[in-house]
Design a protein around this ligand. Structure first.
Ligand code: ADP
Length: 236
C-alpha cells in the first residue's frame, strides 16, 4: 500500500512545516530623516519602509478636501534579485504600490488630515518571495512610528499551494514551482481582510485553507510588529 503523506507531514525544501513562517525580524525607527520607518527581514527578504507626513502634497489637484491621500511607492533595488533588475517602475511595482496603499488605507484615520498626503516608500533590498506582504507589514510599523493615528496595524502574509499542499509563507522558489500564491493582509484586532489576491489555481476548499493559514501567520507576525513599536529594538 502506498501511503500518501498528508499536508501536516509534508516537509518543504527548506525543512519548514506546512504552517511554519520563515524567521522574522522587525525594527522600528531605523531612519533619522523619515517621519517614521522600519526594517523587516522575512527569511532572505530584506525590506525598508519610510513614511513622510501627513504633509502638503504640493500638487493641488490631488488634494482631497475631507481627508488625506496615500501615495505609495514599492521599489525593488537592482541588486535585490538574482538577475539585475532594471531600475525604475514596471507593471509589477506599480500594481504592488497600488495594492499596498489600498491594504493600508482602512487602518489610517485619513479624515483627521484633510488636504494632506501620507507618503510611503518601500525599498526591497533583497527579495525571496512574499515581498508585497513583508512590505505592507513594514509600512504599517513605519506609519505607527511616524505617530500617524491608526485604527489598528495592518499585517500581511501569504499562503499558497506547492506540490498539491497548502503551505504558509512561500519562498520565491516555492512561488515559481507551486500552483498558487495567496497574499492576505488583515487588521488583526477585527481580522478584517484589507488585501486578498489569488495568483494561480486552487479549489474553494484549498483557498479557504490558504486564507486561514495566512491569517494565522499574520497573527504571529503582528506580535512582533507590536513589540517593535513598543521597544524600538530588534524583535524576532
Ligand atoms: P511577491 O514578492 O509579493 O511574492 P511576486 O509573486 O510578483 O511578488 O514575486 C515573487 C518573487 O519573485 C519576488 O519576491 C522576487 O523574489 C522574485 N521577483 C520578482 N520580480 C523579479 C524580477 N524582476 N526579477 C527577478 N526576480 C523577481
Amino acid at each position: 500500500m502506498i501511503i500518501v503523506p498528508d499536508t501536516v507531514e509534508f516537509v518543504r525544501k527548506d525543512g519548514r512545516a506546512y504552517n511554519e513562517l520563515r524567521p522574522v525580524k522587525i525594527k522600528a525607527g531605523v531612519l533619522k530623516r523619515a517621519d517614521g520607518s522600519s526594517y523587516i527581514e522575512l527569511g532572505s527578504n530584506k525590506i525598508l519602509a519610510a513614511v513622510y507626513g501627513p504633509r502638503d502634497p504640493q500638487i493641488t489637484k490631488i488634494k482631497r478636501p475631507d481627508r488625506a491621500i496615500i501615495r505609495c511607492r514599492y521599489n525593488m533595488a537592482p541588486f535585490s534579485v538574482e538577475e539585475r533588475k532594471r531600475p525604475g517602475p514596471d507593471r509589477r511595482s506599480i500594481e504592488i504600490s497600488k495594492i499596498t496603499a489600498e491594504a493600508l488605507a482602512p487602518s489610517i484615520i485619513l479624515e483627521k488630515f484633510p488636504r494632506s498626503s501620507i507618503d510611503i516608500f518601500i525599498e526591497v533590498l533583497e527579495a525571496d518571495g512574499g515581498t508585497r506582504c513583508a512590505g505592507i507589514t513594514a509600512a504599517s510599523v513605519a506609519l505607527a512610528d511616524a505617530g500617524i493615528p491608526l485604527r489598528d496595524l495592518v499585517v500581511a502574509c501569504s499562503a499558497g499551494k506547492v506540490n498539491g499542499h497548502v503551505v504558509l509563507d512561500l519562498t520565491e522558489e516555492e512561488d515559481k514551482e507551486g500552483e498558487a500564491d495567496v497574499p492576505v493582509a488583515i487588521m488583526p484586532r477585527t481580522k478584517e481582510i484589507t488585501l486578498l489576491q489569488v495568483d494561480g489555481e486552487l479549489t474553494p476548499e484549498e483557498l479557504e485553507k490558504a486564507i486561514d493559514l495566512a491569517i494565522e501567520g499574520c497573527m504571529s507576525i503582528n506580535k512582533l510588529q507590536k513589540k517593535s513599536i513598543e521597544r524600538k529594538i530588534w524583535v524576532y
